[in-house]
Design a protein around this ligand. Structure first.
Ligand SMILES: Cc1cc2nc3c(=O)[nH]c(=O)nc-3n(C[C@H](O)[C@H](O)[C@H](O)COP(=O)(O)OP(=O)(O)OC[C@H]3O[C@@H](n4cnc5c(N)ncnc54)[C@H](O)[C@@H]3O)c2cc1C
Length: 412
């Protein structure tokens, strides 16, 4: 049976869901008010990181909160002005740091991330996107012994989970990445990781492949969803669309459309920034993540992207100019020969839940609406799992037990 599916949102999550649905023979309409991959999925660091095993909220993290408030130049920043609006999310985030809750969320993170490449493989094939994917490993680098010591727990867990990793000293680091600054004394090479060298193009290729296979892409802004006896009616500002199921992959804006069904979830933008520098004297081969500064440097098509920052300041305010200057400085600290004069600048909204898990699955009481949002810092990696699971939800073959941890109900 072929169903009519409307996918709201053409970021990487919506594109992965649409592709899986098209591949399964469904009739798909993708709607976005901007072009495919023009929002958060445009500017990420490209990291495809199957061994990421922890949520952001971990035991002991509350000690860091004063630092977030007091250091406007730190990797995690909370604007004082936004504090009242962010307070409920932060309270929930603190709660998610309790040991039992954090461990439970870690299981969800691992379930989503572990098969990143296996889940993506059919999508790369479908979209003919393999030239954008580089499974050349990723290196976490440490500028302090203290920073490296903090990684010990993660090293142990990766070992337990069977992920390959290699501990590098300063010389080995330089052998892998000769342009790295001498400030880095330690590193961990994760050979099963990789990166996408043009995250926006990946989304575009997925959507183009869907359209080539019979799907439609509509540039429209969705203002409401109604459920009636025949199915769902999706109202846009220029048109309306009938569907058997609606997949809501609207990133940070997703709550607007499920609030009328009593299903809104705590969602906060962790505003992320990047600068991208045209290639010159520096030629990295893989994604390098500076652990202490939570900053990533990725060789992209057309330049080196320095990305990072989680700034809680709301969706409306313009980017904070100072963050771009900080990224320039950090880029030059990672690669001293980096010339940042001609850097382009970008800021986008990571859709973050307090437990770092996305919201996946049907809305309670409105099962024709299926959530696929809230992937926070790991949505590029987690989109392929999401696409696979959402197609199963539509087909009625999803593992309901596995889905429970991703339900919007967990926040009630
Ligand atoms: C600096 C930075 C670095 C990152 N690095 C990585 C990384 O290395 N690895 C990784 O895995 N992840 C990374 N991420 C996270 C990743 O980019 C996000 O999790 C992911 O892009 C979220 O995708 P999305 O499709 O949910 O949202 P978006 O890309 O924001 O797409 C949502 C779309 O929905 C549309 N939409 C919403 N509401 C409506 C409506 N009512 N009508 C019409 N359209 C609507 C929007 O216009 C938008 O285009 C990073 C993020 C940032 C900011």
């Amino acid at each position: 049976m072929t169903r009519n599916i409307v996918v709201i949102g053409a970021g990487i999550v919506g594109a992965a869901c649409a592709a899986r649905l098209v591949m399964a023979g469904e009739r798909v309409t993708i709607i976005d008010r901007v072009g495919p991959g023009d929002s958060c999925s445009f500017g990420n660091a490209g990291g495809l990181s199957p061994s990421i095993s922890f949520p952001l909220a971990t035991p002991g993290m509350y000690r860091q909160i004063p630092g977030w408030l007091l250091d406007p130049d730190g990797p995690l920043v909370l604007s004082w002005k936004h504090l009242p609006a962010a307070a409920p999310w932060l309270a929930r985030f603190l709660r998610e740091g309790l040991p039992a809750r954090s461990e439970e969320a870690a299981k969800g993170v691992r379930a989503m991330m572990r098969e990143t490449f296996e889940d993506y493989e059919p999508l790369f094939e479908f979209a003919r996107a393999k030239s954008l994917i580089h499974r050349v490993g990723q290196i976490y680098v440490f500028s302090t012994e203290e920073g490296f010591a903090k990684e010990e727990g993660a090293i142990r867990v990766r070992r337990e989970l069977g992920f390959a990793q290699e501990i590098l000293d300063a010389d080995a680091l330089r052998q892998h990445e000769p342009d790295l600054a001498p400030i880095f004394k330690r590193g961990v090479l994760l050979p099963t990781h990789g990166h996408c060298s043009n995250p926006q193009r990946l989304v575009q290729l997925l959507v183009e492949a869907c359209v080539a296979a019979g799907a439609r892409f509509e540039r429209d802004s969705v203002v409401g969803i109604e459920i009636d006896g025949q199915g769902a009616k999706v109202s846009g500002t220029t048109s309306s669309y009938r569907a058997d199921h609606v997949v809501l992959a609207g990133g940070i804006w997703s709550n607007d459309l499920i609030r009328p069904f009593g299903a809104s979830v705590p969602l906060e933008s962790h505003r992320g920034y990047h600068i991208q520098v045209p290639y010159g004297g520096v030629r990295p081969t893989r994604n390098v993540a500076w652990s202490e500064m939570k900053t990533l440097a990725t060789p992209m098509d057309g330049g080196i992207r320095i990305a990072g920052t989680a700034e809680m300041a709301g969706v409306e305010p313009p980017p904070t100019a100072r963050r771009f200057e900080l990224l320039r400085q950090l880029g030059r600290q990672i690669y001293p020969a980096l010339d940042t004069t001609a850097a382009s600048e970008w800021m986008g909204h990571r859709p973050c839940t307090p437990d770092s898990l996305p919201v996946l699955g049907a809305v309670r009481g409105a099962p024709r609406i299926i959530c696929a949002f809230g992937h926070g810092h790991i949505g590029l990696s987690g989109a392929a799992y999401t696409g696979r699971v959402i197609q199963q939800v539509v087909a009625g073959t999803a593992d309901q037990e596995e889905l429970k941890r991703f339900s919007h109900d967990r926040f009630n």
